[in-house]
Design a protein around this ligand. Sequence first.
Ligand code: TYM
Length: 332
Amino acid sequence: MDRVFSGIQPTGVPTLGNYLGAIRNWVPMQDDHDCIFCVVDLHAITVWQEPKLFAAQTREMAAALLACGLDPQKCILFVQSHVHAHARLAWIFNCVARLGWLNRMTQFKDKAGKNSEQVSSGLYVYPNLMAADIHAYHALKVPVGDDQKQHLELANDIAQKFNHDYGVEFFPTIQPLIQGVAARVMSLRDGTKKMSKSDPSDASRINLTDSADEIAQKIRRAKTDPEPLPSELAGLEARPEARNLVGILAAITDSTPQDVLRDHGGKGFGQYKEVLTEALVAHLGPIREEMARLLQDHAALDAALRIGADRAAAIADPIVTEAERIVGFLPR
Ligand code: TYM
């Protein structure tokens, strides 16, 4: 079975974007892949995290992933900082990746904005740590949303340069899996911006913990245009908000945008939004309830994460120790 690795930052409750773009695609892979999923707390501290809240958010993210259907009997689920192999390999990769490569990362430019002298150096080398996450397991497939594509290309460049510089065939080429109509779910307030946990406006996103009323209110307030829904895909051109709301219903009902337009083309947004709300509430309600149930027992959650970390370390430690030997570190 091919090994799969993916990660998510515990910087807030997962959004509908995280769910449709990534987590939901992880669930079926557990049946026919060797899956490793990670709550990436090392990545999260590249921007300030309030310590008490941060620990709670890390546990909450683990609960959310379990509630979405990750099963510790079928996959490895753990917290990144619990497995030291990630930081060890990331340092080596900091010395392999070139500054010019990092300078091209659009996500850094977006996040740093005009403030690039003031952001942490961790934010700059963030993609090197991501490459380490994946290569520490010799993973071959990485299911992510569209926004991670450039980082995965960099992970392949790093592996190639390591192999070339040290004259080995040690790190394999990884295959990004960027799937489906929801690989890029957009903000409910602005159809040209991606839906994000860190958007200051809560109205811009659906959180997996939102109640039925909150979902209804956010969808009702979602930005649209005055035209009714078209019956053909071509009619969504230059209508980013309409395209986004159609994509969301298609993804949540396992259909396609064509199907959605066939069924709802000609409707006004008032009517369409009711259909969308109903589908979202029906799908997300059970996840929210399961997450709340899991969060009642911190000890059980923490124990599951400890087991996950032990299993992850058993795979990553020998691989990273071998990388250190290749580099020429004196064995201890
Ligand atoms: P993060 O925490 O931002 O997001 C987790 C996953 O959700 C996807 N995603 C989206 N998909 C569709 N529409 C959206 N609006 C949307 N927002 C987020 C992301 O593409 C991602 O798949 N750097 C990563 C975490 C990471 C990682 C890794 C991923 C660390 N190490 C190794 C893969 C492999 C991140 O910040 O994800």
